[in-house]
Design a protein around this ligand. Structure first.
Ligand code: DC
Length: 223
């Protein structure tokens, strides 16, 4: 089986690029952030604090997650409900980052994520795929961009959706998520020693995609 691990901070374009590349290569795209987001959503719906390790751990036995590919798009089901849209809200992203700190949450998802890579070619994106989930991945990429360029892209997207958030708020949120994701004790965001670094700060979408495809094709060649 071929596995491609793509890690990096929020807003670096991982999911857009990974989704498209998986489609071109005929691999199954696995968005692990959606799994953390679903646990964040469930925690908020239960009225619990995502930062409270004991409270979140107590909820885990009630959570069942399933990923399904519908018309080439990944959908995620939380206890049977399609929450693919609901998990994209900003507050759910913050809750995901908070629940992702707890070791119990990480081990709850680890086996599910490894299981997905056992039987099919996958392109998996997240924060700890190359370092923890798939340490023997065929190809590892660390996809990043400066906080300012990620905030600028995110702000443009939000404006198109009619949101009035200002740029400084978006940048502050990105910095807070970066700090939280890279300073936690359990599986922090970091580049694996054998990952190829791709910095898209100065690249547009097409250039980023071409660079990613080149890295993955070269890495997978002959394996
Ligand atoms: O990629 P994303 O923004 O959808 O991820 C949401 C949060 O989930 C992110 O802030 C950190 C956490 N996460 C993680 O800890 N490990 C992963 N493999 C994927 C996401």
């Amino acid at each position: 089986m071929i596995s491609v691990a793509i890690d990096g901070p929020s807003g670096a374009g991982k999911s857009t690029l990974a989704k498209r590349l998986a489609k071109e290569l005929g691999y199954v795209y696995v968005d692990t952030g959606a799994m953390y987001r679903s646990i964040g959503l469930y925690t908020l719906r239960c009225g619990q604090d995502p930062a409270d390790a004991a409270a979140v751990e107590a909820l885990l036995p009630q959570i069942s997650l399933r990923l399904a590919l519908i018309d080439g798009t990944q959908h995620i089901y939380l206890n049977g409900e399609d929450v693919s849209e609901a998990i994209r809200a900003e507050n759910v992203g913050m809750a995901a980052s908070a629940v992702a700190v707890h070791p119990a949450v990480r081990s709850f998802l680890l086996e599910q994520q490894r299981g997905l890579a056992r039987t099919q070619n996958v392109l998996m994106d997240g924060r700890d795929i190359g370092t923890v989930v798939l340490p023997n991945a065929t190809v590892k990429v660390f996809l990043t961009a400066s906080a300012e360029s990620r905030a600028q892209r995110r702000w443009n997207e939000l404006r198109e959706k009619g949101s009035s958030d200002d740029y400084d708020t978006v940048l502050a949120d990105i910095r807070r998520r970066d700090y939280q994701d890279s300073h936690r004790a359990a599986a922090p965001l970091r580049q694996a020693a054998d990952a190829v670094l791709l910095d898209t700060s100065e690249l547009d979408l097409e250039q980023s995609f071409a660079a990613l495809r080149r890295i993955v094709e070269q890495g997978a060649a002959g394996k």
